[in-house]
Design a protein around this ligand. Structure first.
Ligand SMILES: C[S@@+](CC[C@H](N)C(=O)[O-])C[C@H]1O[C@@H](n2cnc3c(N)ncnc32)[C@H](O)[C@@H]1O
Length: 394
C-alpha cells in the first residue's frame, strides 16, 4: 500500500531539499563532479569506506560530513527513489498515530515530509549525528514546521524518553551491513536452529537487541512500528524477525520486499514491516527463502536440446535449486565434499548422475545454491568444475 496521491508533494519536497532524480549514472556522476571538488570527493570516498568497515564513530563522521549544504543534495540524490518508495509507504501508515518517533532520522528529509503532510500530528526525530540533527532543525525552521522536533541522541547509549504510538525505523537499526547473519543448521536446509546463543550473538554484534529493547519500551499498548532494514538475505532476515517477535511485536500486514533504483543500480531491500504489540497480530513470520527466479523444473523442457551447444541442460543459481536437486530421479553420487570455509560457512559440493543427466550441486549454510545438469558426454566439464570448487579456486 502506497499513498500515490502524495507523490507530487514528495517530489516537490525532495526538490526543496535540493535533490534531483537521475536515471543515468553518467548524468549523476557528471553533476557530482561539477558540484564537488576532487578533494571533497576523495574525502567522502574515504569516509564511506571507513563507515563500511569501521566503528560507530566512523559512521558518525560520515553522516556529519553529508550535511554540508553543497554535499547534501548530491549525496542524498542517489537515494531519491528510496525516498519515493519509503516515503509513500510510511505516509500511508501514519493513520491513527498521534505522536510519531523517527529513529535514525538523519538530516530529516523524510521526517520533515511527514510533518508537512500531517500538521495535526507531532513528530520527533532522533539521530546520533550532531550535524545531521543541526541541519534537520535548521531546515524544519525554514519550512515553518512547528509539529516536529529533532534531538541528538545515540540509541545505543541513551534510551529516548518520549512516548510514541508510532515508531519509524527505516535504514536505522541494522547498520552492520557486512554482518552475514546466522548460518543455517546444515548446507542442505534453510532452517536455523532455535538455539538462543547465535541469536544473542547477532543481536549484540549488530546492536539490534539494545535498540529494540529501548524502542519497544517506548511504544504505547496500541502502538505500531514500521521497520525497514537491509535484511533481505535469509541469514539476516530470520534473526531480525526473531528479535522483533521476542519483543512482543507481531505482523499487522504481510511484509513487503521492496525494489528501487539507486540511480542505475537496482536495490532489493527490506522487507518493509508494519508491526503491532501483543498477541492480537497472528500473521505468520515466514522463515523460508523468498520466491526466486529459478522457475519450476520441467523435465520435458530439459530434454529439448538448446540451440547453444555450450549451454547446460539445466542451470539454477537460486535457493529453489535445492528442491530440484532433491527431486532428481535415480540419483547416484559420484563424489562429494563438505568443508568449513574460513568465514564459518559450511560448503558442500557434489557430482552425481541422475536420469536427467550428470549434475553438479553446490550448497552452503548462507543459503546459496547452484545446480547444473549436462549430458553424460560432458561429464568431464563438470568434473573440472568440481575439482576447482574442492580446491578452493574462485
Ligand atoms: C541511512 S541513514 C537513514 C536516515 C533515514 N531514516 C532514512 O530512512 O533516510 C541512518 C541514520 O541512522 C543513524 N543512526 C545509526 N545508529 C544510530 C543510533 N544508535 N542512534 C541514533 N541514530 C543512529 C545514523 O546516524 C544515520 O543518520
Amino acid at each position: 500500500m502506497i499513498n500515490v496521491a502524495l507523490l507530487p508533494a514528495l517530489h516537490s519536497h525532495l526538490a526543496w531539499w535540493g535533490l534531483r532524480q537521475f536515471t543515468s549514472d553518467e548524468a549523476y556522476f557528471q553533476w557530482q563532479r561539477e558540484t564537488l571538488s576532487p578533494a571533497e570527493l576523495t574525502t567522502l570516498h574515504r569516509q564511506v569506506e571507513q563507515k563500511r568497515r569501521g566503528s560507530s564513530a566512523d559512521e558518525v563522521v560520515f553522516y556529519n560530513a553529508t550535511t554540508d549544504p553543497h554535499i547534501l543534495p548530491v549525496l542524498y540524490s542517489q537515494r531519491y527513489d528510496y525516498y519515493l518508495a519509503i516515503g509513500l509507504r510510511v505516509a500511508a501508515r501514519i493513520g491513527e498515530g498521534r505522536s510519531i518517533l523517527d529513529v535514525g532520522c538523519g538530516v530529516g528529509i523524510l521526517t520533515t515530509f511527514y510533518a508537512r503532510q500531517y500538521p495535526d500530528k507531532t513528530f520527533v526525530g532522533i539521530d546520533r549525528s550532531p550535524a545531521s540533527i543541526a541541519r534537520a532543525q535548521e531546515y524544519a525552521k525554514v519550512l515553518g514546521l512547528t509539529n516536529v522536533q529533532f534531538e541528538c541522541l545515540d540509541l545505543d547509549e541513551t534510551p529516548p524518553t518520549c512516548s510514541s504510538d508510532l515508531i519509524l525505523a527505516t535504514h536505522a537499526l541494522v547498520q552492520a551491513e557486512q554482518d552475514p547473519g546466522i548460518p543455517s543448521r546444515c548446507w542442505n536446509t534453510f532452517e536455523r536452529a532455535g538455539e538462543s546463543q547465535p541469536q544473542a550473538d547477532f543481536e549484540r554484534r549488530t546492536g539490534i537487541g539494545t535498540r529494540l529493547d529501548r524502542l519497544s519500551a517506548l511504544l504505547s499498548a496500541q502502538g505500531r512500528m514500521v521497520v525497514f532494514e537491509k535484511t533481505r538475505q535469509l541469514a539476516r532476515r530470520i534473526p531480525l524477525q526473531r528479535a522483533l517477535a521476542a519483543r512482543d511485536l507481531g505482523l499487522i500486514e504481510q511484509p513487503e520486499l521492496i525494489r528501487y533504483r539507486l540511480v542505475e543500480e537496482i536495490a532489493d531491500d527490506g522487507p518493509f514491516y508494519l508491526l503491532g504489540r501483543g498477541k492480537s497480530y497472528q500473521l505468520h513470520w515466514d522463515e523460508s527463502p523468498e520466491p526466486d527466479e529459478g522457475g519450476p523444473f520441467d523435465r520435458a523442457k530439459l530434454k529439448t536440446s538448446s540451440t547453444d551447444s555450450d549451454a547446460p541442460l539445466y542451470e539454477n543459481h537460486w535457493p529453489s535449486a535445492q528442491r530440484v536437486w532433491e527431486q532428481l530421479h535415480e540419483k547416484h553420487l559420484l563424489k562429494e565434499a563438505t568443508r568449513q570455509e574460513p568465514d564459518g560457512r559450511q560448503l558442500h559440493v557434489e557430482l552425481g548422475q541422475a536420469e536427467e543427466g550428470v549434475y553438479l550441486y553446490c550448497a552452503n549454510t548462507l543459503d546459496q545454491r547452484q545446480l547444473v545438469i549436462v549430458e553424460l558426454a560432458r561429464t568431464v566439464m563438470l568434473e573440472a568444475y568440481y575439482q576447482e570448487i574442492v580446491s578452493g579456486a574462485p
